[in-house]
Design a protein around this ligand. Structure first.
Ligand SMILES: [Mg+2]
Length: 223
């Protein structure tokens, strides 16, 4: 029997204009003397690779560019990046309906990774009008030592809920980060398709995720 659903946040329940964040940082790097084409190319490569590898601290990202930056310049770029993300973040269509519908049936958990040492994720998500739906909010890397896909954040959630793994569904948009670690611990998992590759089971929208979860809730055999 399904007792809880854990949702990832960025790219799963919310989205934002990452293109603008990347562009604004690239413009600054070019203004500091970096080559335009190489900077744009490297930004795309780093953005994908570090997201998949779970390297969250943007100050570390900027070290990958062929330009020497002081600590304060790196922090300035990091602030610019996250300000762009925060100002363009929106709640995906249907996310609130989904959470409102599930709230009376299961425990709801938000499990999101931190933004690295140089930025507070808690501050970034604080104003989101979604948080009241959740019974538990965990920022991995701040509330736990390790980020996803380490088993630690999932174990932390299971311990707080006191539910067996098989009764807790993990929903996310990154197979490597959100789902594989959860599956290794015995949690059922579901990919909401995004930019980070294939996985089974998967759905292409939150509406479809709702149908999938309802099937689990009404299945006579449970999970
Ligand atoms: Mg995500």
């Amino acid at each position: 029997m399904l007792k809880a659903v854990i949702f990832d946040l960025d790219g799963t329940l919310t989205d934002c204009d990452l293109g603008m964040a990347k562009r604004r940082v690239c413009d600054q790097l070019v203004a500091c003397g970096a080559g335009h084409e190489e900077t744009v190319r490297r930004m795309e490569e780093i953005h994908y690779r570090f997201n998949v590898e779970g390297v969250y601290d943007r100050n570390q990202w900027w070290e990958e560019f062929d330009i020497d930056l002081t600590s304060s310049q790196k922090q300035h770029l990091t602030d610019l990046y996250w300000d762009s993300v925060t100002s363009t973040t929106f709640i995906k269509p249907y996310a609130e309906s989904l959470l409102a519908s599930l709230k009376s049936q299961v425990k709801l958990v938000l499990l999101t990774d931190y933004d690295g040492e140089s930025h507070s994720k808690k501050r970034r998500i604080n104003s989101l009008p979604l948080l009241h739906y959740f019974d538990l909010i965990v920022v991995a890397g701040e509330d736990t030592e390790q980020c996803k896909p380490s088993p630690e954040p999932y174990s932390f959630v299971l311990k707080k809920l006191n539910f067996p793994p098989a009764t807790v569904l993990m929903v996310g948009d990154k197979p490597q980060v959100d789902l594989e670690g959860a599956r290794a611990l015995g949690l059922p998992t579901l990919l909401v398709e995004g930019e980070y590759g294939q996985y089974n089971p998967h759905v292409s929208s939150l509406e479809e995720a709702h149908q999938y979860i309802e099937t689990l809730l009404t299945s006579p055999c449970g999970l």
